[in-house]
Design a protein around this ligand. Structure first.
Ligand SMILES: *[C@@H]1O[C@H](CO)[C@@H](O)[C@H](O)[C@H]1NC(C)=O
Ligand SMILES: *[C@@H]1O[C@H](CO)[C@@H](O)[C@H](O)[C@H]1NC(C)=O
Ligand SMILES: *[C@@H]1O[C@H](CO)[C@@H](O)[C@H](O)[C@H]1NC(C)=O
Ligand SMILES: *[C@@H]1O[C@H](CO)[C@@H](O)[C@H](O)[C@H]1NC(C)=O
Length: 456
């Protein structure tokens, strides 16, 4: 498909991009040429005859040949015109790789007389490769505790070209947290470095996805991209926090052992062990520890023994929630034990006269106290004896009663009384206590002997 261009045009075109350095050294000549890579075969390199000072036809007559190491022939001589041409398309990346400059050595062999001329062909780079990252995604783990200014070097992009045609600059997609700088390595290559501009917060944004672009120095530049996935690592920057500062609860004193009293709950925004909570009593009294237990995982507080309102009416305890990283939060639980009418009134006899003389009114038969440890109506009491008995209950001081005879008793009409003192409370259900006493009426000589018949 290549139609040869007129010589003059071809020559002018190629000369423009050729730098010719002709050096005549002490032991011989070194001719130096330069040509762009990727030019098609047959492209003009230089007029060899002219550069060697040979007349037309002299190249042919002296059998000029190009020699090079190995069998690879990159150049050929056109005897008729004396031109040095490319024998094949040359790929700088294949022939020289990273080596810069890329120089191919050759010799020109002439006969009659035999003469070797050293030659160097420098292959100039063309920006025919784009930067390329080895990985499509670069994973970066950054702790949320990192301070602004912290630098995170990223992987370099490869570009097979050399010099200014290789990677010159890196950019990152717009974001709030990072700036990107292009740094120089000691070997001259450029690498990207992320610099934290605004501190990260895992609880707010656990990961960021950015696009990293590498640009080479071509015009326009060729580019290559890679995704940067930034995972923000948690630090234990959140202490556990209870839903409430104070939990208040009432529980009847007769609740069975194992009853759920209340469930406390805290939350911790951190992840993993930093967010795993464990509940415990904090500096609690023996009374609390004996009566309650807490589930370290669920925060359930349960009864460990029967409560007794009459003994302890309320408990107050501090609960601590600790996370796996050593931070903790606290709350207070106030437990009020509510009374259940579980105590019957009690009667304590202080004085009891089992034997009372007849005919003496207002005689003290018994003195007793009553009590009920329950609260409220459960502890309010009433005290009475049976009706139709010649005895009276008198209240002396609060909860102290005196049982007295109402009038003079007459042994001869009734010598024995069974008295039931009943004490009830006003609770629900009503509880009562009975106390039975027996009173004997003793004889006083109040009757003169009498005949059943006045006359016999
Ligand atoms: C790199 O590219 C950015 C964006 O195109 C540009 O602002 C910056 O000046 C370039 N840096 C260099 C050293 O070329
Ligand atoms: C990196 O190298 C370029 C030349 O390759 C130079 O202009 C630039 O100042 C250097 N930058 C640093 C930070 O050394
Ligand atoms: C009193 O009670 C006793 C036994 O509890 C009984 O033997 C007696 O008959 C009772 N007396 C009266 C007057 O009910
Ligand atoms: C008291 O006496 C009454 C009547 O005799 C009887 O029903 C009751 O059981 C007695 N109570 C006690 C505690 O002995």
């Amino acid at each position: 498909m290549e139609t040869p261009l007129p010589k003059a045009t071809q020559k002018r075109q190629v000369t423009a991009i050729i730098i010719l350095l002709l050096l005549w050294e002490v032991g011989g000549a070194v001719i130096k040429y330069s040509v762009l890579e990727e030019r098609h075969s047959g492209s003009f390199v230089a007029n060899l005859a002219k550069d060697l000072g040979l007349g037309l036809g002299e190249l042919a007559s002296r059998g000029a040949r190009i020699l090079s190491k190995g069998n690879k022939q990159h150049l050929q001589v056109e005897h008729k015109s004396g031109n040095l041409l490319l024998k094949e398309k040359l790929d700088r990346e294949e022939l020289c790789g990273d080596m810069d400059p890329c120089i191919l050595h050759f010799q020109v062999l002439l006969k009659n007389p035999v003469q070797f001329i050293q030659g160097e062909l420098q292959l100039q780079d063309v920006n025919d490769h784009a930067p390329e990252f080895l990985e499509n995604e670069i994973l970066l783990k950054i702790s949320e505790s990192s301070h602004t200014g912290a630098a995170f070097p990223l992987k370099i992009a490869q570009d097979l070209d050399v010099g200014s045609n290789t990677v010159q600059n890196y950019t990152i997609s717009t974001n709030f947290h990072f700036h990107l700088f292009t740094r120089n390595r000691s070997d001259g290559r450029k690498y990207p470095e992320l610099v934290l501009a605004k501190e990260l917060d895992r609880e707010e944004q656990p990961e960021l996805r950015l696009t990293l672009t590498a640009l080479d120095g071509g015009s326009p530049p060729k580019t290559g991209t890679s995704q940067v996935l930034i995972m923000v690592l948690d630090i234990n920057d959140n202490a556990p926090e209870f839903a409430r500062q104070l939990y208040e609860v009432q529980i009847p004193e007769n609740s069975p052992i194992g009853s759920l009293v209340i469930t406390v709950s805290a939350r911790d925004l951190d992840a993993g062990t930093h967010g795993e909570l464990s509940y415990s009593f904090f500096q609690s009294s023996n009374q609390v520890i004996q009566a309650f237990e807490i589930n370290t995982v669920t925060g359930d507080i349960r009864l460990k023994k029967m409560l007794d309102f009459e003994e302890i009416r309320s408990y107050r305890m501090e609960i601590e929630a600790s996370d796996g990283g050593g931070l903790s939060g606290k709350c207070t639980v106030a437990i009020e034990v509510t009374d259940v009418n579980d105590n019957a009134p009690e009667l304590t006899m202080s004085l009891l006269m089992n034997d009372i003389p007849e005919n003496t009114p207002d005689t003290v038969v018994a003195i007793f106290g009553i009590s009920d440890p329950d609260a409220g109506d459960n502890g309010k009491m009433m005290c009475y004896i049976q009706d139709h008995l010649p005895f009276l209950l008198k209240i002396s001081v609060e909860n102290f009663y005196t049982l007295v005879t109402e009038g003079a008793l007459d042994r001869e009409s009734r010598a024995e009384y069974n008295i039931t003192i009943t004490v009830t409370d006003m609770g629900t259900p009503r509880l009562k206590t009975e106390h039975n006493i027996t009173v004997l009426v003793s004889d006083v000589n109040d009757n003169a002997p009498a005949f059943t018949q006045t006359s016999y």
